[in-house]
Design a protein around this ligand. Structure first.
Ligand code: ADP
Ligand code: MG
Length: 610
């Protein structure tokens, strides 16, 4: 193939604009990004040789930094996996990473791009902060020619064949003149380069060389005692493995000695990645065997509900060319996983008391994912419930279940909750009335996953979890307000047949104080929100009929009883029944089947009262 000039994809162009106009205050990090990419490429080559049997020389994997003071260039060269022409176009010419697209969206909406952009990694394009031209020459291992890519960071780039390029990738930045006031330093200065490598890339496991000299210690961070490693070193390492630019919330070290040795260094991020709830989201830990990188995104080491945990596990006794299938079965891996999970959960538990604000951040960002564990991980169900917090009618701050149990009223045996789509909706639902009136606390569960886990968790600390919108409520008797129950049977019978399409039963209620009616489910019925969720996912679910409960002291209900006693066959009664049902549905935030009909019935009725 010959030389071509290609346009950058639109998003890539926008990002480049941001880079060229150098909105980062810290431009030094371009070198870290290039080294990080080289390190990844070296890992990939070693892995391909090991696992896929690719013929490649992996005896001297390294990164070279080459300076040309005359030409004012700095070249980062690796002998890693390299890229084909198509890959260069795909990986360098477009922004495949949805995280970057997300960054751009936020930049567009915000006035402070500088603040924002520091939170996102922009990788290769960061070179344009310091360069007015960047050349990349790459040859993929196992192919017979290379590719040359070049761009000035404006709208387009050129791409051409380079016949005799060595395997690997060399990126040459043609440096802009130094401008120290703008934090654009002289990146041909050896001292400057050394200090950047030391600061950001010391832990990289391949030698980073300048001439004869190796600039990094290559010490595996996880193998060093915690006291010897600075916070900054941990943070840089976290960035390298997570591609997240915000600092981690928590760092966890773990070391097991004895028959099966391993070390782990785990990070809990401070922010949920944009793809936390996408099926193909990046997940899992890196697996090493005696300092040698074996697998990325190793999902075997963490259950799905802790997929946001980043880090490294280095196991001493695994085979180097262990396959994914074997990993899943491996007894040692399962042992490590059990221990890691316990450690993560206990760390969060400690955080709750030692650093409540940190915990609040954690739960806000990851609580939704963690609660998924209540479904799958029965071994740790109690531990997960212990670190969970929920919105509650007791106040604006979320509460633990233990806190709820402590506040339970005399004679209260169950933990009350109500699920729904938003706090406002749930809080104002008619189901809440008697509970509020009598001072019972109710948990307000509004995450989609709440609808599901509550079914799987029978109790906490011996107290049953009870939905206040299901079954019949037996609040301890309230003597000063004994409700009348006599003489309603004919009305209940009439309503049941008039609303046969909508409800399966009509009965008097104990849970209402101000509303005329509400809808409740049977103990095992699916909730309306869950029904809706299933439909939204395209699943067919049978329509669940609920129970209409009436407030026997409400004037609408007593009036209806009288009207029914006097003219049982008045057609207006059927319309009133429909209105009553529709009102109950609206009050809990539900959707009417036929809103136009409801509106018409209501308008007709109102106009007669004027
Ligand atoms: P990221 O590293 O976060 O994926 P970058 O912008 O740094 O984003 O790099 C984009 C992609 O280009 C990398 O994921 C990798 O596939 C490819 N790439 C970049 N540098 C190299 C390199 N030195 N060797 C091989 N591939 C590379
Ligand atoms: Mg990168």
């Amino acid at each position: 193939m010959s030389a071509e000039t290609l346009e950058f994809q639109a998003e890539a162009r926008q990002l480049l604009q941001l880079m060229v106009h150098s909105i980062y205050s810290n431009k030094d990090i371009f070198l870290r990004e290039l080294i990080s990419n080289s390190s990844d490429a070296l890992d990939k080559l070693r892995l391909a040789a090991l696992a896929d049997g690719l013929e490649a020389d992996t005896s001297d994997l390294h990164i070279d930094l080459e300076v040309d003071k005359e030409a004012r260039t700095l070249t980062v060269r690796d002998n890693g996996i390299g890229m084909t022409r198509d890959e260069v176009v795909e990986l360098i010419g477009t922004i495949a990473k949805s995280g970057t697209a997300e960054l751009l969206r936020q930049v567009r909406e915000s006035n402070d791009a500088k603040e924002l952009i520091g939170q996102f990694g922009v990788g290769f394009y960061s070179t344009f902060m310091v360069a007015d031209r960047v050349t990349l020459v790459s040859r993929k291992a196992g192919t017979d020619h290379g590719t040359r890519w070049e761009s000035a960071g404006e709208g387009s780039y050129t791409i051409d064949t380079e016949a005799d390029a060595p395997v690997g990738t060399a990126v040459t930045v043609h440096l802009r003149p130094a401008d120290e006031e703008d934090a654009l330093y002289d990146y041909t200065d050896e001292w400057k380069i050394k200090s950047i490598v030391k600061r950001y890339s010391d832990f990289i496991s391949f030698p980073i060389r300048m001439g004869e000299e190796t600039l990094n210690s290559m010490k595996a961070l996880w193998a060093r005692p915690r006291a010897e490693v600075s916070d900054d070193e941990y943070k840089e390492f976290y960035r390298h493995i997570s591609h997240d630019w915000t600092d981690p919330l928590e760092i966890i070290n773990l070391k097991a000695e004895g028959t099966f040795e391993y070390e782990a260094l785990l990070f809990i991020p401070s922010r949920a990645p944009h793809d936390l709830f996408q099926r193909d989201g990046r997940a899992g830990l890196q697996l090493y065997v005696k300092r040698v990188f074996i697998a990325d995104d190793s999902r075997e080491l963490m259950p799905d509900y802790l997929r946001f945990v980043k880090g490294v596990v280095d196991a001493a006794d695994l085979s180097l060319n262990i396959s994914r299938e074997i990993l899943q079965q491996d007894r040692h891996i399962q042992m490590i996983r059990r221990r890691l999970v316990k450690k993560v959960l206990s760390t969060i538990r400690d955080m709750m008391t030692a650093a409540p604000e940190k915990y609040a951040t954690f739960w806000r960002e990851f609580g939704r994912a963690v609660k998924e564990g209540l479904l799958g991980d029965s071994d740790n169900q109690k531990a997960i419930l212990d670190i969970a917090t929920f919105a509650s009618t007791a106040g604006t701050e979320p509460t633990t279940l233990a806190g709820y149990v402590e506040r339970m009223k005399e004679g209260q045996e169950e933990i009350y909750y109500l699920t729904g789509e938003s706090r406002a909706q749930v809080e104002n639902s008619p189901h809440m009335e008697a509970f509020t009136a009598q001072g019972y606390e109710v948990l307000l569960l509004t995450d989609p996953v709440d609808e599901i886990w509550v079914e799987a968790v029978p109790e906490y600390d011996g107290r049953k979890l009870q939905s206040i919108a299901r079954g019949s409520v037996d609040l301890p008797k309230n003597d000063d307000e004994e409700k009348p129950t006599e003489g309603f049977d004919p009305l209940l019978g009439f309503l049941k047949s008039a609303l046969a399409e909508q409800v399966k039963e009509v009965r008097l209620s104990h849970r209402l104080t101000t509303s005329p009616a509400c809808l409740v489910g049977d103990t095992d019925d699916m909730t309306p929100t869950l029904e809706k969720m299933y439909r939204a996912m395209g699943q067919e679910v049978p329509r669940v009929k609920r129970i209409l409960e009436l407030n026997p002291t409400h004037p609408l209900v007593t009036g209806l009883r009288t009207a029914h006693e006097q003219h049982a066959d008045d057609p207006a009664l059927t319309e009133t029944a429909e209105l009553l049902y529709g009102t109950a549905l609206l009050a809990e935030g539900g959707d009417l089947d036929n809103p136009a009909r409801f509106a018409k019935l209501l308008a007709d009725r109102l106009s007669r009262t004027l």
